[in-house]
Design a protein around this ligand. Structure first.
Ligand code: ZN
Length: 204
């Protein structure tokens, strides 16, 4: 079970969680869990070919292993967000341990953008973290990591939810990369020109 497309109406309850970018005509691609040396360079190549910029929510653990890939992400004009050091599930982790984990990766990644792994935070974690971070979730989750979904299902999920201001979550981990790249391939060159894809710099 995972949180799929988070309804925009929910932002009324969680005012400091960004599930989409308000008053924006742009589209926001985000990639979670990397970087990985077997997949991230392929993704960067694809984004370059499409001429779009995106946001990479990296884990501190992966970032520490791959300084070269972190530099590559930045040099391609993308930005980096914090996805915690060790990808903890907030619902199963104490406030103290959770905050310590995300502060550790924040130090490495140098960003205030934070995406909770699995989209899961307790109320206390939410209160504490929002004071010094911009919390980012999504409203478009095609499910590239979900092995029970076919490629045509994930592509149709992606297209169905392509609306202005949308924050799309994909994954550059080895398990998801094939579907992730295929979803990007499903955007035709005419669509790419008409849709403006940007980084989440606007939230900072
Ligand atoms: Zn994740």
């Amino acid at each position: 079970m995972y949180l799929k497309n988070i309804p925009r109406a929910l932002s009324f309850l969680f005012k400091d969680v960004n599930t989409y970018v308000k008053n924006s005509d742009s589209f926001y691609l985000t990639f979670d869990d990397g970087p990985f040396n077997t997949t991230t360079p392929l993704l960067l190549q694809k984004l370059k070919k499409l001429n779009v910029k995106a946001t990479f929510f990296c884990t501190g653990k992966q970032a520490e292993k791959h300084n070269d890939l972190m530099e590559m992400i930045i040099s391609h004009g993308h930005i980096v967000g914090n996805h915690g050091h060790s990808h903890l599930n907030g619902w199963k982790t104490s406030l103290e341990e959770y905050v310590c984990d995300i502060n550790r990766s924040k130090l490495k990644l140098q960003t205030n953008l934070f995406r909770p792994p699995y989209g899961k935070l307790t109320w206390k974690q939410y209160q504490k973290i929002k004071a010094t971070n911009k919390i980012v979730l999504w409203d478009n989750m095609p499910g590239d990591f979900d092995t029970s979904l076919s490629l045509s299902q994930v592509t149709s999920n992606f297209k169905k939810n392509l609306k202005s201001g949308t924050i799309i979550v994909l994954h550059d981990n080895p398990k998801s990369i094939d579907k992730c790249l295929a979803i990007l391939d499903s955007i035709s060159s005419e669509e790419i020109k008409s849709l403006k894809f940007e980084t989440l710099n606007c939230l900072l």
